[in-house]
Design a protein around this ligand. Structure first.
Ligand code: GLN
Length: 193
């Protein structure tokens, strides 16, 4: 069975657990670096990226993740932490994806909104996406695959084993993005029921 950890230092943890369990994965919470042992993948949830980043450093989790061996799905603050570049910020980060992000990028008028986004890599029509003080990606390196945009802004992208989304897929009933992470990124299709 696929074992997926959820970084549980701060932020939206339980909802990811619920979705992953519904998809047939085994889940565990990651609070110390030892909790990373044996994981097939990790979800880095939304929350406050500065706080999460500092705690990941402090607990030694960041150093292990930086080796790039564990596939990571970063949502919202998690996307910020995966980025190599964060505009106007020197906050701690994992830097595992060759992307530049802008925090709270949609501005005060769009602090929180919902939108249908078309993601050609995922079958079954547009994804319903919930954005909360969301970042977006302002530039990507050559190895980054852009999977989804809103108003021309990149909100979903992938680089190898790393998947990053601006929005909160755990807050809808649509499990397709988590399924995509499990099947296509973690690549454990055969072991999922
Ligand atoms: N605005 C937050 C940050 O910059 C991210 C918001 C979220 O994860 N919902 O860290």
């Amino acid at each position: 069975m696929t074992q997926i950890g959820i970084a549980a230092v701060q932020g939206a943890v339980r909802e990811h657990e619920r979705v992953l369990a519904a998809l047939g994965a085994r889940t565990s919470l990651v609070r110390r670096k030892e909790d990373l042992d044996g994981l097939d993948g990790l979800v880095l949830p939304g929350g406050e990226s500065t706080a999460i980043g500092m705690l990941l450093e402090e607990y030694g989790i960041a150093d292990v993740l930086r080796k790039g061996e564990i596939p990571v799905f970063g949502t919202c603050a998690g996307m910020i932490l995966l980025a190599k570049e964060i505009e106007e910020s020197s906050q701690p980060r994992l830097g595992l994806m060759d992307i530049t992000v802008r925090r709270n990028a949609f501005g005060r008028q769009r602090e929180s909104f919902e939108e249908e986004i078309s993601v050609p890599a995922i079958q079954g029509g547009p994804l319903h996406a919930v954005f909360i003080r969301a970042p977006y990606v302002t530039s990507v390196g050559r190895d980054v695959e852009v999977l989804g945009t809103v108003d021309g802004k990149i909100v979903l992208c992938r680089q190898g084993r790393m998947l990053a989304g601006s929005f909160h897929p755990e807050l809808t009933d649509d499990r397709r993005l988590h399924r995509y992470f499990l099947e296509e990124v973690v690549g454990e299709r055969a072991r999922l029921a």
